[in-house]
Ligand binder design. Structure first.
Ligand code: ZN
Length: 227
């Protein structure tokens, strides 16, 4: 019997050449597709992978029970530096979002809560990575050109050939030592471009306990999101 085609929650098109499927902990299905892909092609890919999508949804529901799609309503929790804080709405406030024991969101900003949160995380991530990079470059002599904070969904950081570093705004949701690991990882790519033994040796020289941070990121990383 043919599998029923799963519902697609979001299609993200880009210059990529291949298709990519991602099932989020809340069960949402994200399809990454080339700009030129037709809806029929996208449907065909999803239909072919229906079995995998179903089993992944079941596995994630067991691994991350209670994760639902965010609505930015009071009582929901949001990550910051590895801790979860509750959201509350207050009548009027500038800036529209503040963290003081809990996340306090101005009621009049609730309809654009997602972008308010993204801006907030973006600034936090910018400040934290900026300080860490300054510290590491002083101690270990890296040469960094430009640092950008991106909206990357699956990558925590990346390093370009021109010594530019990118980090996703979601990074400040992680514990500080995990952020340190991600920053060290990208800095180490300035010296070793691949993931060879010598790359991991470079990481370990700066952050000997990086295995724990990698493991944390693997387990909890899928939860560090505004989806
Ligand atoms: Zn890497």
């Amino acid at each position: 019997m043919k599998n029923k085609r799963p519902v697609i929650d979001r299609v993200i098109r880009s210059k990529r050449k291949t298709f990519g499927l991602e099932v989020r902990p809340n069960g949402d299905l994200i399809v990454r597709a080339p700009n030129t892909a037709s809806q029929a092609q996208i449907d065909a890919v999803v239909e072919r992978k229906a079995g995998w999508i179903k089993s992944t949804r079941i596995r994630l529901a067991q691994e991350y029970p209670g994760v639902t799609t965010r609505q930015f309503i009071p009582g929901e929790t949001f990550w910051y530096l590895g801790e979860q804080y509750t959201l509350s709405l207050i009548d009027r406030q500038r800036p529209p979002l503040e963290l003081e024991g809990c996340f306090r969101l101005s009621r009049h900003a609730q309809d654009r809560a997602r972008s308010v949160f993204i801006d907030w995380y973006r600034e936090e991530t910018r400040a934290i990575t900026h300080d860490l990079i300054n510290d590491y470059t002083r101690r270990f002599g890296f040469r960094v050109n430009q640092v950008r904070i991106t909206s990357a969904r699956t990558r925590w950081g990346s390093c370009s050939g021109k010594n530019n570093l990118n980090f996703t705004y979601r990074l400040s949701m992680a514990p500080l030592k995990v952020i340190e690991y991600v920053v060290v990882h990208e800095l180490a790519h300035l010296k070793v471009r691949n993931h060879s033994r010598s790359f991991w040796d470079t990481v370990a020289r700066i952050k000997p306990d990086y295995h724990q941070d990698r493991a944390w990121l693997k387990q909890y990383g899928p939860l560090l999101t505004l989806d």
